[in-house]
Design a protein around this ligand. Sequence first.
Ligand code: MRU
Length: 356
Amino acid sequence: MNEYPYPLKIRAVWWKEESRETCWINTLKLPFHEEITCSSDPGRIAKAIIDMEIRGAPAIGVAAALGIASYAYTITNKPLEEYTRLLIDAINLLWNTRPTAHNLFWALKRMKQKLHSGLEETTDTVKLAEKLEEEALAIMDEDIRANIKLGEYGAELVPDNSTILTHCNAGALATAAFGTAEGVMRAAWYRGKKIRVIATETRPVLQGARLTVWELVREGIPVTLITDNMAGYVIRKGLVDLVIVGADRVTREGYVVNKIGTYMIALAAKRKGIPFYVAAPTSTIDLESSIDDVVIEERNPDEVRKVLGHPITLPDVPALNYAFDITDPDLVTAIITEKGVIHPPYPENIPRILEH
Ligand code: MRU
């Protein structure tokens, strides 16, 4: 019996009970190979996040938390002082993998707090590892429940017989399960709404073409692929009723940091007068930073000079590779969270919903 109200057909990261390892599906290999890796080594998990085997804001937060718990079990024979230091080093290592998604820092802060509160209660390293496991599993479970809940809130906003445009992959493959933007699509679909999805391919890493398409086809939701530069025209042509995307970070002012290309889609949606929704759990909302404090990740320019590893230009031409962009609050119709749908004005309504 599934303990969640919907089937979780796709998992991006999970806990392997028998070996207490962190497992993930290597999203770099999809849709061609379903390769699963399990590890307790924070170095390996950090590499998986940097290389984007594991990607998507909630998924990297969950993977980092599970990774700390897995690692804790492998070092229980160490003296307490060394055990604590090794765990703090592992937290720092994972902290420095990718700079933009808020969920990573949110999850690692929780793990650090759990370690500190645990140390006040016990000096037994096995008991401490159990406490860290409990916290990591709670982070994973909360992510799944948040996605389902926000999916249900969001489904109310999706008209029957409508076409949704999405960008990148904010699906089960970007979270512990169920997805945020795709969570809304799933909830609408499970309620019997007829929806169609237009997915952008999402250069340079192709999360839309490789992951969103794979995920939606598995779910049976009709999906049509477009190149990123078609988004404006399909919106102008009236082929899109609403846009739903995920977020890597939402600031207290309501700025949305998401996959590069999101901003252009938001501008086109505004111009055409169709809703532009952002689906994100509250773990993505950063009340502390203002938009100027957010670090936009710049990745290896080779990702731009190549497609799936194949060169498409001169090998040494300068290339920019910003992984994310910023969408202004006035372009965002509403932010769909597990605590409810947040409407403008965001500086007042975002903190209000977080207090609930
Ligand atoms: O670089 P990625 O693939 O980690 O970027 C992912 C996105 O931009 C997603 O839209 C975002 O993390 C939300 S995932 C629910």
